[in-house]
Write a protein that binds this ligand. Structure first.
Ligand code: CP
Ligand code: NVA
Length: 312
């Protein structure tokens, strides 16, 4: 195995933390790492390395994919939550970062504000990965684009329709569009628009806004959505149910998209709310591949952050 180690610590806090060239490398590595996994080929480049996983919000996919992925790479994991660590008893995030990063090699955090993960990273001796914040979900978009490439090839020049909340997933899709050269058709209910400054975009050149979600889907290569109410916003649930009633991806919306358009959802999904059962369980949906690919792309990401560019 040949590697080109990193000179400085690299964090993965938002999608723009890697370059287009580094994404090309990661997608190729994810494909190779997935091949090895399917062939039961032992691959332990992270033997004796430890990943700390800190969850301040619930998770199924992120927990399982990082934990299983790290074991498959030969490493081990420590699982912490707000409730069972001193994080829940007001130990400063900076102190937690100093301590946890002296005992582990890599940290994954799922938390609320992006500022919290940035403060952690600023005091960490080891790479920090964003496992979802209120603002971003870069590991999910990494998996989504890898899934698109597996099914349809390069995403450059393609159209992704986003139907729903201007949330962490929408922001991250927009960052990815700017970096990798595709367009996002955005349709959000009024009052739930993306904020270009929060999304950290350079310009509005890579997205178009549509009032009607059906118009956003017209000619799209990929249609995607997410829950109406993200974690941390539960108090707004009733108001959101009213505001989002027309933002349900159904068969009519899929018919507006290209005939070979894919449907994705980061999951968990609520059938009958943001997506109909016919669409998520239908022939254009690739949501189970998308979920599985979280593990393969994150293994490639952990390999990259700890070992640099592995070429064999
Ligand atoms: N998509 C995703 O991040 O799922 P979990 O909330 O289950 O981790
Ligand atoms: N936008 C959702 C994604 C869940 C994986 C949330 O933040 O709850």
């Amino acid at each position: 195995m040949s590697t080109t180690p990193q000179n400085a610590i690299r964090h993965y806090l938002q999608f723009t933390d890697l370059s287009a060239d580094e994404y090309a490398h990661l997608f190729a590595r994810a494909a190779e790492i997935k091949r090895k996994f399917k062939a039961y080929e032992k691959y332990h480049p992270l033997a004796d390395r430890t990943l700390a996983m800190i969850f301040e919000k619930a998770s199924t996919r992120t927990r399982v994919s990082f934990e299983a992925g790290m074991y498959q790479l030969g490493g081990s994991v420590v699982h912490l939550t707000t409730g069972d660590s001193q994080l829940g008893r007001s130990e400063p995030i900076e102190d937690s970062a100093r301590v946890i990063s002296r005992m582990t090699d890599l940290v994954m955090i799922r938390t609320y504000g992006q500022d919290k993960i940035e403060r952690f990273a600023a005091h960490s001796r080891v790479p920090v990965i964003n496992g979802l914040t209120n603002e971003f979900h870069p590991c999910q978009i990494l998996a989504d684009i890898f899934t698109y490439i597996e099914h349809r090839g390069d995403i450059q020049g393609k159209v992704v329709a986003w139907v729903g909340d201007g949330n962490n997933m929408a922001n991250t899709w927009l960052q990815a569009a700017e970096l990798l050269g595709f367009t996002v058709h955005l349709s959000t209910p009024s009052g739930y628009e993306v904020d270009q400054a929060i999304a950290g975009l350079r310009s509005s050149a890579s997205y178009k806004i549509f009032k009607d979600p059906q118009d956003a889907c017209r000619g799209a290569d990929l249609v995607t959505t997410d829950v109406w109410t993200s974690m941390g916003y539960e108090a707004e649930n009733e108001a959101r149910k009213k505001a989002f009633a027309n933002w349900c991806v159904d068969e009519a919306m899929m018919q507006s998209a290209k005939a070979d358009a894919l449907f994705m959802h980061c999951l968990p999904a609520h059938r009958g709310e943001e997506v109909s059962a016919e669409v998520i369980d239908g022939p254009q949906s690739v949501v189970w591949d998308e979920a599985e690919n979280r593990m393969h792309v994150q293994k490639a990401l952990m390999e990259f952050l700890l070992l640099g560019r592995v070429t064999a």
